[in-house]
Design a protein around this ligand. Sequence first.
Ligand code: HEM
Length: 465
Amino acid sequence: MTDTVRVVPDTVRDGVPPGPRLPRAVQTAIMLRYWPGFLRAARRRHGRIFTVDIALTGEMVYLADPADVRTVFGGDPEVLRAGELNGAFLSGVLGDTSVLVVDGATHRDRRRLMLPPFHRDAVRRQVEEMAEITAANVAGWPLGRRFPVAPRMAQITLEVILRTVIGTRDPERLAALRAALPPVVNMGTMAMLAMINPKLLDKRPWRFVKRRIAAADALIYAEIADRRADPDLADRTDVLAMLVRAAGDGTAEAGRHMSDVELRDQLMTLLFAGHETTATGLSWALERLTRHPAELDRAIAAADASATGDPAGDEYLDAVAKEILRVRPVVFDVGRVLHAPVQVGGWRLPAGVTVAPGIGLVHADPDVYPDPERFDPERMLGPVTSDGSPRGLPPLSPSTWLPFGGGGRRCLGATFAQVEMRVVLREVLLRVHPETTTARGEKQRVKHVTLVPHRGARIRVRPRG
Ligand code: HEM
């Protein structure tokens, strides 16, 4: 790793830094189609801080310097607001009380209320269920012919949410939720338009979006009612049960439990934030591993070791997941709307603009990660090898490895997602042997807020002996 040379400007300029000069409509169209490529080109041309101008958000100042990212993640959440930005696109489906769309003290208290089910110990209690779900799914994979693995991964991560987050056990309810929830959170362009302009929901042809949300809500409210009435509520380990029990201890709302509407909004949020994201990370894992034979062999050996309880096996699988989320970040950037001027990267940015820590830009910076395009899980292993010799790599920092965003808004499900990626990868590799391929890597395609493999991560597997 080389030291990053930062030019510290002696003067601070007012306004926004330069960037692509194309009209807003053109920049928007390019971003929708070639988001990462467009931003990487702007980074090469304009440096580590630049502005793009796109519809709905307006001027967005992208940050590619870890020091600037640190400034934003560590800034005052009253001034740097994420909820407002998320809400403009998502509150129509996630609701006005979702942890993702609120800001300030309301956000801090709601987040605190939601943390316990996502602590490491609570997540550990879900591992067995994650493994069972994966094993059942892999049993239905075709053998010896190519198929896109992304839809299978989406089935697995949906099932994990239904059983461990919502905590549904009844087979009929599970079937109804499996059918009703994905269309609500995997919005197409039409539904997206209605989210941005909720008045459309009462007009044709958008009424179907409203009907879908109502159908999903009815099922979720039934689950909430069941949980409230459950005599075993105190012993249950699902996230919904823990949220029903949560009483705002240590917050301004101490003693207050969440209402049905608040619980519904959080469940919809967890489904939205945790289902396609994790499935996409897992799909990229197989897409990359099948193009890297040595790393694939090592991952299979790690899965075997992990199954016997060897921590070195878990360590390598975790390194694979970390490197995947670096080299193919599921979410390319996060945004904060400024409510007052903020000084960053030699600029005093005015209120009203959005700053966007560029996850994908930092992860692709050769000064931060040598040979950044290379998929190399080794670089994510700890600073010492298992025999104690140093690897010579610095530990990751929150401003150089940021697939889950950062600061007070860092992904609530980061531990959950990483454990799930490890368990699903292990269970897959214990059962089938993905074949390596010399085909070109799949491109990153924009889907909602995520970047997915454009052919759905096509793989061929054979059973393990
Ligand atoms: C690989 C999988 C995942 C990735 C890449 C991911 C990424 C992200 C990112 C980038 C953010 C925004 C952070 C920011 O603004 O700084 C976020 C927020 C969030 N994520 Fe995740 N996520 C993943 C999985 C999950 C899972 C499994 C859950 C829960 C089941 C979850 C729940 C949330 C929630 C509730 C927030 C909002 C946090 C807040 O605003 O305080 N995510 N995630």
